[in-house]
Write a protein that binds this ligand. Structure first.
Ligand code: HXC
Ligand code: NAP
Length: 296
């Protein structure tokens, strides 16, 4: 199964130092793993020191690569600056940033407190623009052609009920991606984003699909390609976007969702029609066309 294999050549990220926020778990951990395999120095950060330390240990043993774990709440600029300073102290410079940290939970919006809205918007939107701003200043000052990859969602475009703070914040992240891609292009700084569909991770799944809901609604049945995503599929795309192979691409948002967002297509309900029914429908339409030509 080729989609389960690494796609870029060995050494594709040699000499690059990449920060992955939320790199201790889920998709962030998978991206960190693949970047290490491709030769990058990787810095992972999140709030829980123990989680990122364990991941760093595991990935060092697995890949033999260089990894640094620094605790950081992305809502706190001074903690972000500390991550950047420690990365430069250890690896000499920083070349890439993956804004992957997020907070989210499902809830009817009218049940949310002000703080509940703030906590999600602050992690997703404020955290992303604080980190991007801090590195952007450093890159411009040091004439480094840095690259940012933002992990968004498909509902940043479509909107979605029951995850409204997340949808608002992720939409802001897309606006930032496109706006800064233009503004910082003459510094050689690129920004792109991935909008993933469902990729099973403990963090997202436990908060978004508690057992009772998971039993009732299956993702597979709503996705045209009839399955959820494999982490390697996302990490292949992420490695390409953070690497120099994508040097001519900026301001782009790539959807990777098995066709899930296409479900809104007006005639897509016709998926239920059987071959026999199509034979009958075709006959009826052709007869109707013949009759209308005769009466002209
Ligand atoms: C209503 C809730 C709530 C819930 C928390 N709150 N959970 N309100 N329904 N289910 C409220 C609390 O009551 C509190 O408000 C406020 O939110 C802050 O809660 P805390 O627990 O104090 O915050 P904190 O410890 O900072 O936790 C942040 C978090 C949490 C966002 C609430 O879920 C978290 O840490 N998440 C990180 C990982 C994560 O979410 N990963 C999923 C990413 S998936 P009050 O007013 O009562 O004090 C994703 C897209 C997936 O983004 C798309 C899939 C297809
Ligand atoms: P996850 O494992 O829960 O990852 C979220 C990470 O964010 C955790 O490592 C968490 O670590 C970190 N984080 C949360 N608050 C933070 C803060 N204030 N400061 C720093 N780090 C913080 O979930 P995931 O599924 O891998 O999600 C990764 C990304 O993919 C997110 O941006 C999510 O929106 C996006 N996404 C996922 C899916 C999916 O199906 N999995 C679909 C669409 C989009 P700490 O708790 O230690 O801080």
């Amino acid at each position: 199964m080729q989609h389960l294999e690494g796609m870029l050549r060995d050494g594709a990220l040699d000499h690059k130092t990449i920060i992955v926020t939320g790199g201790g778990t889920g998709l962030g951990k998978s991206m960190a793993t693949y970047f290490l395999k491709l030769g990058a120095n990787v810095v992972i950060c999140s709030r829980r020191q123990e989680v990122i330390d364990n991941t760093a240990k595991e990935l060092t043993e697995l890949t033999g690569g260089n990894i640094l774990a620094v605790a950081c709440d992305v809502r706190k600029p001074e903690q972000i600056e500390n991550v950047i300073a420690q990365s430069i102290a250890k690896f000499g410079r920083v070349d890439g940033l993956v804004n992957n940290s997020a907070g989210n939970f499902i809830s009817p919006t009218e049940r949310l407190s002000y703080k509940a809205v703030d906590v999600v918007v602050d992690i997703v939107l404020r955290g992303t623009y604080y980190f991007t701003l801090a590195l952007g200043k450093y890159w411009i000052e040091n004439k480094i052609k840095g690259t940012v990859l933002n992990i968004s969602t498909t509902y940043a475009w479509t909107g979605s009920g029951w995850v409204v703070p997340s949808a608002m914040a992720k939409a802001g992240v897309l606006a930032m991606t496109k706006s800064l891609a233009f503004e910082w292009a003459d510094h050689g700084i690129r920004l792109n984003a991935i909008a993933p569909g469902p990729f099973p991770t403990k963090g997202a799944w436990e908060r978004l699909f508690p057992e009772e809901l998971a039993k009732k609604f299956s993702f597979e049945s709503r996705i045209p390609l009839e399955r959820v995503g494999e982490h390697q599929e996302l990490t292949n795309l992420a490695a390409y976007l953070i690497s120099d192979y994508s040097a001519y691409m900026t301001g782009e948002v790539i959807t990777l969702d098995g066709g899930e967002v296409l479900a809104a297509g007006q005639f897509n309900f016709l998926k239920e029609v059987t071959d026999e029914q199509w034979d009958a429908i075709e006959g009826q339409i052709k007869n109707a066309n013949r009759d209308s030509k005769k009466s002209e």
